[in-house]
Ligand binder design. Structure first.
Ligand SMILES: *[C@@H]1O[C@H](CO)[C@@H](O)[C@H](O)[C@H]1NC(C)=O
Ligand SMILES: *[C@@H]1O[C@H](CO)[C@@H](O)[C@H](O)[C@H]1NC(C)=O
Ligand SMILES: *[C@@H]1O[C@H](CO)[C@@H](O)[C@H](O)[C@H]1NC(C)=O
Ligand SMILES: *[C@@H]1O[C@H](CO)[C@@H](O)[C@H](O)[C@H]1NC(C)=O
Length: 294
């Protein structure tokens, strides 16, 4: 279905782009059954070309981002990655979508395909997906001044370079990066909507082995052979809870060693006492170890 050869795709893109401006109105809706749309949106979409970014030929479009970290499910030392579920919210102004009044319209997530949206991606992600139960978890809201809010719920497994030399008293600094795939800095600028406060949910996160020590956001640029691309980075530091290790590893090991000394402490002549105490001690220690590990 989707043409795979880049040239085919380019040609198709150009045909679609050009035909979008010339065909009669009904053709804008060919792929979306547009006759059932809200009148405001129907009016807005008249002549809208989703292959052109906002402010085309008028400087870059500024895209504000904020994040909610819903959970960090797994931090893996073996794979050097973590898995997080995030709500990513992007907002930008598209002057073609200005409409009268001061309300906002929430648009069905499926109509996202009618609008221009940023091509944000997570460069360090190994696997990621957009949740789609019961519908694709995305939201789009258009304000009367042309501001578009676009939110997504994503789960991603993201690489994190860990330094394990101080394990288990280690502290890991991981990042979450957002970059634009195809628009360079002349086309698109990224910014955090509220600086360090753009990221929510990290303070209240409960992780089995770690606690989030600190975090901050930064704006940077990604340098590739094809140019400079906008990039936002969330840095966060995780500190391992040593208590977990004391209970899980050190306490049981210590008890086991102590256990092996028991028979030495009883006089060699009293054989029944050695047997009896030895067995009860073993039982008691086993129970203690089990309780500690629960
Ligand atoms: C919407 O349009 C598609 C073709 O693009 C068509 O197959 C489908 O039946 C239409 N749905 C409705 C509800 O009209
Ligand atoms: C804009 O909103 C305010 C309250 O939020 C309301 O009082 C006012 O009438 C609205 N203006 C228009 C033009 O809808
Ligand atoms: C557009 O309207 C929204 C909601 O009323 C507001 O938050 C935003 O700041 C406005 N944007 C501009 C550029 O005025
Ligand atoms: C965000 O936090 C970092 C580290 O605490 C700090 O260096 C930076 O100035 C802060 N940025 C803003 C915009 O407050």
């Amino acid at each position: 279905m989707i043409p795979t050869h880049p040239l085919t795709f380019l040609t198709l893109g150009m045909v679609l782009t050009q035909s979008g401006c010339m065909l009669p109105e009904s053709h804008h809706w060919e792929d979306s059954n547009g006759s059932q749309l809200h009148p405001t949106i129907q009016k807005l979409m008249k002549g809208y070309n989703r292959y052109m970014r906002p402010n085309f030929n008028e400087g870059p479009v500024e895209i504000g981002m904020s994040l909610d970290i819903a959970s960090i499910d797994a931090i893996s030392e073996i794979n050097m990655d973590y898995t997080a579920t995030i709500f990513l919210r992007q907002r930008w102004r598209d002057s073609r979508l200005v409409f009268p009044g001061n309300e906002s319209v929430s648009v069905d997530g499926r109509l996202v395909s009618l609008l221009w949206i940023p091509d944000t991606f997570i460069p360090d992600s190994k696997r990621s997906f957009l949740h789609d139960v019961t519908v694709e978890n995305r939201l789009i809201r258009i304000f009367s001044n042309g501001t578009v809010l676009y939110a997504l719920r994503i789960t991603a497994t993201i690489a994190c370079n860990m330094d394990l030399t101080k394990y288990p008293m280690d502290r890991q600094v991981c990042t979450l990066q957002l970059e634009s795939w195809g628009y360079n800095l002349q086309d698109v600028i990224f910014y955090w909507t509220r600086g360090n406060d753009s990221v929510k949910g990290l303070e209240t996160l409960r992780l089995a082995q770690y606690s989030v020590e600190s975090y901050y956001t930064s704006v940077s640029e990604a340098v590739y052979e094809t140019g400079l691309y906008p990039k936002l980075v969330l840095h966060f530091a995780l500190r391992r809870n040593v208590l977990f290790f004391i209970l899980e590893t050190y306490a049981p090991s210590t008890l086991l060693v102590v256990l092996s000394w028991v028979s030495f402490w009883i006089s060699q002549s009293s054989v029944p006492a050695r047997t009896c105490i030895g067995v009860t001690t073993v039982l008691t220690m086993t129970v203690i170890i089990m309780i500690l590990q629960v």
